[in-house]
Design a protein around this ligand. Structure first.
Ligand code: IPM
Ligand code: MG
Length: 358
């Protein structure tokens, strides 16, 4: 039986509550006799800052590099907003993505039929939506140099960030996206702003060149402003979207609303050696500690972990089926609640998934 180590990084806000539910699922899988999971816990974000003075302690990186996969809750909160930029909780998240070279971020936006009416968009628009957003995660404007805020001679301030991509960086994310598209509807839409930004003109050219290796995948290109519009106008036109770090950040939040709640969307951040899984939502400080957060995005992230890191796709399918069953039973956390369904909290939702699995 294979033995794997999973590093849990609960982080801040609702992070600890949703990770606690994911832990139940991992323990259940471990008890099934297919794989033995050793669960470790580490510090990141504001929680790490409070204990160590840094949002990404060296110890966490060591643990992450030794683990077979990392599961992260969320980072950030108003408490840490006054801190200098270098030690904000978000720096911990960006730091671990960079340090582990997690360049490929998969953010599936799939509409569960049971939640179609939970979307703020019309049923006929969102029904059947199944999009995979492939976001470049380790470069682009998030990491480009020069960056910072400087004071000019006249006393005025000047803020700078740099959108930079190299050929190699574009090639590897494009290749990942084409491979994923090849396993789905074989449609890839690359989103850029090539009409204005030279770096994304290069992006488009490199994606087209990589496309020659994948003749079976239909490649199209879209400017980001149009993509933002098309996503809510006619989301079913998309299969796989590949885009830059910041455009992917924005479009994946937008795509999540097609599914009814950002509380439903998992993600996988993959590199050549390491992998990290996290819900795409944030730490939701407004509801933290109340036991009402939706744990399903985190549980679905665990499913992605079994598929992409632990080589147990059938376990991923089982977890996803269990989530489906719980939705069929009408159980809803407040973010996806609608009249006629049954409102439950975080723990009850986690327990229901567990029951559906067993
Ligand atoms: C995300 C988040 C992060 C990002 C923040 C918390 C730094 O919005 O994972 O989408 O911008 O990447
Ligand atoms: Mg985001």
């Amino acid at each position: 039986m294979s033995r794997k180590t999973i590093l849990l990084l609960p982080g801040d806000g609702i992070g600890p509550e949703i990770i606690a539910e994911a832990r139940k699922i991992l323990n259940w899988v471990s008890g099934q006799g297919r794989i033995s999971l050793y669960l470790e816990e580490g510090l990141i974000g504001g929680a790490a800052y409070d204990r160590t003075g840094h949002p990404l302690p060296e110890e966490t990186l060591i643990q992450a590099r030794q683990a077979d996969a990392v599961l992260l809750g969320a980072v950030g909160g108003p408490k840490w907003e006054p801190l200098p930029y270098e030690v904000r909780p978000e720096r911990g998240l960006l730091g671990i993505r960079k340090a582990l070279d997690l360049f490929c971020n998969l953010r599936p936006a799939k509409v569960f039929p049971q939640l179609v009416d939970a979307s703020t968009l019309k049923r006929e628009v969102v029904e059947g939506t199944d999009i995979m957003v492939v976001r470049e995660l380790s470069s682009g404007i998030y990491f480009g140099e020069p960056r910072g805020v400087e004071t000019l001679a006249n006393g005025e301030q000047r803020g700078v960030n740099t959108l930079v991509y190299t050929t190699r960086e574009i090639e590897r994310i494009a290749r990942s996206a084409f491979r994923i598209a090849a396993t789905r509807q074989k449609k890839l839409c690359s989103v850029d702003k090539a009409n204005v930004l030279e770096s994304t003109e290069l992006w488009r050219a490199v994606v087209m060149a990589v496309g020659k290796e994948f003749p079976d995948v239909a490649l199209s290109h879209m400017y980001v402003d149009n993509a933002a519009m098309q996503l809510i106008r006619h989301p079913r036109q998309f299969d796989v979207i590949v885009t830059t770090n910041m455009f992917g950040d924005i479009l994946s939040d937008e795509a999540s609303m097609l599914t009814g709640s950002i509380g439903m969307l998992p993600s996988a951040s993959l590199g050549e050696r390491y992998a990290l899984y996290e819900p795409i939502h944030g730490s939701a400080p407004d509801i933290a500690g109340q036991g009402v957060a939706n744990p399903l995005a985190t549980i679905l992230s665990v499913a992605m972990m079994f598929r992409h890191s632990l080589d147990l796709p059938e376990m991923a399918n089982r977890i996803e089926a269990a989530v489906n069953r719980v939705l069929d039973q009408g159980l809803r956390t407040p973010d996806i609640f609608q009249p006629g369904t049954q409102k439950v909290g975080t723990v009850a939702m986690g327990d229901a998934v567990l029951a559906a699995l067993s």
